[in-house]
Ligand binder design. Structure first.
Ligand code: NAI
Length: 352
């Protein structure tokens, strides 16, 4: 017990180490803006700044430097700006390498209407994509016939029962923790009976365990689902699907709320999680101070949720909503005139 005359030592806040990869192009500008907002909301992060992509290649001779990997291995948490990847030749995407290295099996892509007046109002969907299996395992080859060395192209997909269980459990857990009511399993089990049939089977098994917890489940064939997302997206809540379908649907959902520019994402594994803006390095506007930092800020809010600081995550989202809707401070890509710094200052002042 602390004696009345003695002052209690204030408890030191627990800091959470996080690897920060600003990335290429506009990456450093939006990363700086995001850290400013995280500091303003009192996020307890201790940042380890590292490079990847072209910045990694320039500084350490590797688009995914060892020091960056070691840091994530230690912190198990990263916030990442966009990384430039050469098209066709050049080095392999550092984004894909990071997902594989840390077995980030779940790709979490929320799509929420931020600015009313677009094609759709009041969208609030979450797409969960299996990130490591399916047709993206890269088992591809050609068979030569006669003088054509590439007469036939073959690709094999790999879905495992363990992988199906893992992603479906992730989706239902996510629904439960985030007060969502329904999970839709998206598949093509009528044609790819083994590959996506196994995913559907494991999904239905997992769903049974969540029925009594108030999470309902239904399923859709991918093509019908794509149409229904365009016709009536409000019927969906959480969608979970395999790698290729998830890649396509997550961009479709972003389109429902105005495009990829404002989309946040999380790549989550059993041992590590990396949060990132979905947009690229925007070389056309890099260094001009006009980039929209919103997507990385929203990714940082997802990271706050992930480490259990939901209250701070909500404050960041509310501040962004207020800046966009009440203050009407917006960057050029959203039809406004604000610079990155002006937008950031507006968010900070809304945080109070
Ligand atoms: P991009 O997303 O960089 O740019 C497309 C258009 O959107 C450009 O006009 C750009 O100015 C604008 N834009 C993007 N983000 C913006 C922001 N935050 N604020 C204002 N305007 C923004 O796509 P692009 O040009 O196809 O790719 C450029 C580079 O980025 C490539 O090397 C590509 O590989 C890489 N990339 C990286 C990603 C990642 O690391 N997650 C994702 C997508 C592309």
């Amino acid at each position: 017990m602390v004696a009345k005359t003695q002052k209690a030592t204030p408890r030191k806040p627990v800091t959470i180490p996080v690897t920060l990869i600003p990335g290429d192009g506009i990456g450093p500008e939006v990363a700086e803006a995001t850290v400013t907002v995280l500091e303003a909301v009192g996020a307890p992060f201790a940042y380890e700044w590292h490079t990847a992509g072209v910045a990694g290649l320039k500084k350490e001779g590797d688009p995914l430097p060892k020091a960056t990997i070691e840091s994530i291995r230690k912190t198990r948490l990263a916030l990442k700006g966009p990384l430039a990847t050469p098209v066709g030749g050049g080095f392999r995407s550092s984004n894909v390498r990071l997902r594989e290295e840390f077995q980030l099996f779940a790709n979490l892509r929320p799509a929420r209407t931020l600015i009313p007046g677009g094609r759709y109002e009041k969208i609030d969907l979450v797409l969960i994509r299996e990130n490591l299996e399916g047709l993206y395992v890269g088992f591809e080859h050609y068979i030569p016939i006669g003088d054509d060395p590439r007469a036939v192209a073959l690709a094999s997909g790999v879905n495992t029962r363990a992988g199906g269980r893992r992603i479906n459990e992730f989706a239902f857990d996510y629904a439960l923790k985030n007060n969502r009511k329904k999970v839709t399993l998206v598949h093509k089990a009528n044609v790819l009976k083994a590959l996506t049939g196994l995913f559907l089977e494991t999904g239905r098994e997992v769903a049974k365990r969540y029925e009594s917890k108030g999470i309902s489940c239904d399923d859709r064939i991918i093509d019908a689902c794509a149409m229904q997302l365009v016709m009536n997206p409000w019927q969906f809540d959480v969608l979970v699907t395999t790698n290729l379908f998830g890649d396509i649907l997550s961009d479709l959902n972003a389109g429902l709320v105005g495009g990829l520019g404002m989309a946040p994402a999380g790549n989550i594994g059993a041992d590590a999680a990396i949060f990132e803006a979905v947009h690229g390095s925007a070389p056309d506007i890099a260094g001009k101070g006009v980039a929209n930092p919103l997507a990385l800020m929203l990714s940082a809010a997802m990271m706050l949720d992930h480490v259990g600081h939901m209250d701070k995550a909500r404050r960041v989202r509310d501040a962004i909503d207020a800046v966009l809707l009440k203050d009407k401070v917006r960057t050029g890509d959203l039809g406004g005139k604000a610079t990155t710094k002006q937008f950031t200052r507006a968010v900070v002042s809304r945080l109070g």
